[in-house]
Design a protein around this ligand. Sequence first.
Ligand SMILES: *Cc1c(COP(=O)(O)O)cnc(C)c1O
Length: 488
Amino acid sequence: MTEKTIFELSSPGRKGVEFPAVDVPTTDLPAEFLREDLPLPELAEVDVIRHYTHLSHLNYCVDEGFYPLGSCTMKYNPRVNEAMARLPGFAYCHPLQPVESIQGSLALMYNLQEMLKEIAGFAEVSLQPAAGAHGEFTGVMIMRAYHQSKGETKRTKMLIPDSAHGTNPASSAMTGFEVAPIATDARGNVDLAALRAACDETVAGIMITNPNTLGLFDENILEVIDIVHKAGGLVYGDGANLNALLGIVRPGDLGIDVMHFNLHKTFSTPHGGGGPGSGPVGVSDKLKEFLPGPIISIIEEGDDEMPPLFGYYQPKNSIGRVKSFNGHFGMHVRAYTYISMHGAEGLRQVAELAVLNANYLLSKVRGAYKLPYDRVCMHEFVLEGMFDDVPDVHALDIAKRLMDYDFHPPTNYFPLIVHEALMIEPTETENKQVIDSFAEAMLNIAREAHESPELLHEAPHKTPVRRLDEVKAAKDLVLCCWLPENSE
Ligand SMILES: *Cc1c(COP(=O)(O)O)cnc(C)c1O
C-alpha cells in the first residue's frame, strides 16, 4: 500500500491546536494516569484534514456513482432525510425523558408504524429490530411463540426456498428450527411439488422472499401461502425486496403473516458503511400479541383542543425486547421523511421506475450474458457471469473489471442456485445515461472476456489496492496498520 499513515506524516513539534492560557487553578494528574512516552502523531490541522479527506476520496459510495449491488437496493439517500434527522429536537432527545417531553418523536414513530402497516397490509408493526436479519430473527421468534401458545411443540421445521438469502436459514437455525430447503422450479418459482411433499405436521412455516432473489415475482405465491397455511404453518415474508411492490402489492393482503422491512433499502436510509440499518417487523392480527415492545401507541385520545398523548405499550405475550429503547430512531426519522415526501402516488412510482430501470438494463445486456431464468424481471435480475467458450473467466473477474470502468461491482455468487451469479439492481434513482453507460461497460467487458481475458483476470487496474483476499479482509480486519515502534 502506498498510502502514508497519519503517523508517517508526523513531524516533531508540529501542532494542530494552541490552547488558550489557563485561567483556572491547575492540579497534578494522579500518577497512574501519567506515562513516560505517548507516541501521538504531530501534525497541523491542515495536514489532518487533507489526510482524512484524501482517504475518504478512495472510498466508493452511492453519492459518487452507480451502485448496482443486487438485493441491497443502494438507492440515493435524499439529503432532506439527513436534514430532518439532524433537527435538534430529534437528534438530542433522550429515550429516558418523560413521555410528555418527547411527544414529537413518539408521534413520528407512531405515524411511521401506521404508514408501514398501510404500505404492507399488516395489523401492527414494531420498530425495534436493528436491521433485516434482526427483523427475521424477531419474526421467527414470533412464529415460535405462536406455535407454543397453541401447544404445537412438534412444529420444528422451517421451509426455505433454495434461492433465499443466507440470513433466512441463519435466523431459523438461531431460533432452534430445523431448516428444510425447497427447490426452485424451471421458471424460478417455488417448486410446488417439493413444497407439498415437505408440508407435514412438523412444519412451523416458510420464509419466502417475493420478488425472490432471482428478481422474479413468484407466479404461484397465493398457492404457496395456501399450501403452508393448510398444513398449519405460518408464512414469513422477507421484505428486503419490497421496493418492487410499493403501492402495487401488499404482502399482508397476499396472506403473509409476518414480515420485516429494510428501512435502509426500501426507504432510503443509509446503509453499509453509511449508517445503522432498521428492520421493523409487521404482523397480521393473530400475531400482534407476540410482537416485541415497546410499541408506540396513543395513551390518551386528543380532541379539538388537545393533540393525542403518545406513549408505549408492551404486547400481552411479547417475545420481549430485541433492542434497547426504541431501535434506531434516527433511521425512523429518515424513513418517515422519505415516505412523507413521496406520498402514496410517489411510492408507487418508485416501484414502477425500479422495475422499469431493471428491465431496460436487462434488455441491453441480454444476449451478451446468459440469463438463466428468462422472464420479465422485477427490480433486479441475475445473470451468469461466465462464458462457455472462455471457461477461465469468472463472475469475480467481471465484477473486478467493472471497477476499471468506475462502477461498483454488482452482487456476485448469490443467489447460490445461479452459476457464477451476477445480481444487478439499478434502483429507480438512476437516470437513463447512467444505465446506458453501465450497460455499455458490461458489453465491453463481455467482448474483452473473449478478446483479451487477461484484462479481466488482472482487474482492477485503477484502484488504490488491487485484488484482495476478500475473506481474510472481512474476517481478519486490520483497522490500525501502525503500531508504535516499541510495542510488541
Ligand atoms: C439484505 C437482505 C437481508 C438482510 O437484511 P440486512 O438488513 O442486511 O440484515 C435479508 N434478505 C434479503 C433478500 C436481503 O436482500
